[in-house]
Design a protein around this ligand. Sequence first.
Ligand code: CMC
Length: 472
Amino acid sequence: MVNAQPPKNMLTVRDNRTGKVVDIPIQDNSIPATAFKVLKAPRAEGEREENETEKGLRIADKGFLNTAVIRSEITFIDGDAGVLRYRGFPIEQLATKSSHLETAYLLIYGSLPTASQYKVWQDEVLHHGVMHSDAEQFFKSFRYDAHPMAMLTSAFAYLGSYYSEANPSLQGQKLFTKGDPESLAVMDKQIYRLIGKATTLAAMAYRVRQGRNFVTPPTGLSYTGSFLYQMDHLGEENYKPHPVLEKALDVLFLLHADHELNASATTVLQTGSSLVDPYSAIAAGCASLYGPLHGGANEAVIRMLISIGKPENVPGFLEAVKRKDKVLSGFGHRVYKTSDPRSFIVRQIADEVFRVTGKDELLETAMALHHEAMKDDYFVKRKLAPNVDFWSGLIYRAMGFPLDFFPVLFAVPRVVGWLAHWRQMMLQEGGVKIWRPRQIYVGPGKRDYVAVDERVAEEGPRLTPSPVVHSG
Ligand code: CMC
């Protein structure tokens, strides 16, 4: 007897071009995009040959709006409920009870460390903070006004040049994918180095612009305390970072440590999928984070607040946003559609920091902007709420970090998340598949080369190179 009811865990798809029906298995509420490749059709009249209908149906997803590219055990976000969990632990619990370095262990290895595991981990990470003295020349080679993210991005790639033993191009492409103890040891050593040196590289990018001598990472301080020392130390005998500011920065680091497959983590995996060394992959992630839609938003928020100037100018600014002339930086998120749980914690930290540093003069404008936007139909309808970047910049400003250093304060802790995803992918079942998306080709069909004196000029903006004005 034929079972008329198809199984429940199947998606039944009918291709009306051919009448072909396929059952596609649903696993974990997802379907494999490759299952659609069996839906082939003869080219219809007028259909472009480049659509390649005979080769199977393609899935179009500009901007990865609904495409899952990996199975992951690291971070879970429920964007409608405003939930964020690292390895199952709610972010609110970790922010109050854990530290950035303990959470880093959790994100990378999957469980909270015991006291002895944590000691080994902390020792390894802090032990790997020291940079070769050659690096001083590297930082000094930048222009006096170089953006610190340009320096940090380059510095991660530069760092890789020290470790030929960690380069699959030199040691064999299975260096990080074997999963045996020897391979894991090489991998974990690079993890200690990258997390340990991220603060050192960031502090060097800061100090070179201030004209300060570089300092060796101290002993006896926490990860975040060591970072503040490396930034701030000017020869004091018993330098100790302010405990409230150290704690605040540590929680901010923890909140920024991972956020599943955002643009930069995806970039790290995309780059890492070619089996390049982890330093190059992290440099690529850092470059992606720099953009104002991602980690550069904390800097963009402050520039926006400065341009608004005072609370009275907020309504005019919001009108410009609604006309799409401007963007309200620090608002909106691809995944969160009610609230970003990190933003509430950041808001509380802001108050703690302001009690020490005094209030930032832009706070009133920020609060007016927040207040007006949250009740405005434009933002309500589009479910736009403050994200982690809306308040964090005000804290960094109050703590005295330069404005263009803010994305660095996002990148340093995010190295942890990038490495967690990279390690997971290297060790995933079935090995690493190179990430090679498809495209929908809409360019010219086949045409023949035209000799130069027979060509008709194409004119117009975008169709020809733009003229530039030369100075000097
Ligand atoms: N200001 C004004 N309008 C906005 C904003 C904003 N910040 N964000 C989204 N919109 C509008 C957008 O124009 C669109 O309107 P319409 O439907 O009329 O075309 C609608 O809301 C939907 O937005 P979208 O562009 O489809 O959303 P997306 O998921 O592609 O982009 C985003 C997400 C974060 C890039 C975007 O919200 C944005 O540009 N925000 C400002 C930059 C920012 O704060 N980034 C930090 C993100 S959180 C930290 C991190 O992960 O890096």
